[in-house]
Design a protein around this ligand. Sequence first.
Ligand code: GLA
Length: 389
Amino acid sequence: MTDLAQRGRAFFTSQFGYAPEGLWSAPGRVNLIGEHTDYNDGFAFPLAIGMRTAVAAGLRTDRLLRVTSESFPGVVELDFEALTPENLQGWAAYPLGVAWAMSRAAAERGPADSLPGLDLALSSDVPAGAGLSSSAALECAVALALNELWGLGLERPELARIGQLAENGVVGAPTGIMDQSASLLGEPDHGILLDCRSLQTEAVPLGFARGSLSLLVIDTRTSHSHADGGYASRRRACEAGARALGVDALRDLGPKDLPRAAAVLDPETFRRVRHVITENQRVLDTVAALQAEGPGAIGAFLDASHLSMRDDFEISTPELDLAVSSAQQLGAIGARMTGGGFGGAAIALVRDADAGTVAEGVAQAFARAGFIAPNIFPVTAAGGARREP
Ligand code: GLA
């Protein structure tokens, strides 16, 4: 982290000509299980990873907002008075979208027209488009920084909502609350069991290291965007399914409701609904197995989750399917695509001793299939967003 923090501070100073007031960072995430359940008020079990995004920040005496990023040329400037979703485009919509959402939250608590402007410089080690929530890492780092610099005193679950609002209202991606929750609430060596209805969370020890297990990310390097049609159409199908079945959200249904769902819904909506109902159950089963028997016992749930996403939710791709099936053939305990789908990354839980063979074998399978070479690396569960010393 010190590398990223040093880099971030130096970048700020090179762009703005003075030293930042502070530097805040937030991690990307991997979802262990519970996909497309968050916006159905269901359960998810993500972990924060060691790759982080940092924002170095300085308060201004005027009402100007300036943002710059190591990944894009130039500085984007906007006056506070012009801070509306319509005025925000491109990469700057993420940090400025958070500023917009934070200023709305501030306005609910008192006059927000006195909030001072800011200079923000972004540096990141989270690869974009890999399904590791680089956008949530950015949003959460900025939300934590603004919360402190503007003295708002918001709790972390509220900051997660603000990150989600920025993404939904400004970037235009109708995503749920999982990524921001993982990034803000992650803990080393723990998965975060999230109840996306109550926003209650429980940190559950993963025990991967003690069990001599590694979690590999297989980034297929095929990109995805949740502002495109696929993600939104899945969300619409879930909402239509819930309406047709007379519940507020699919969270309110369990496996015993599947026969009724099959009778009421058209076949495609039924498959979408079946994924969510069974996936919620798999999250709870995974956590129960982890607590009772340890991480060696969760593989079957990961495998079943992938099949459900491939066949019922139809969000996998040939690259993700090959990543999963080849890892499984090479001895992975369990494997599944992770994140929103349509590209991005898969995860494989493997014995430490098998990690090299699995990584090499998956890369060979990709080469044989004529796919671009995947980027394969281990991740461990890391701490959530924080101010860096
Ligand atoms: C993306 C979204 C999340 C969640 C996942 C799928 O990562 O940002 O809110 O819906 O997809 O589980």
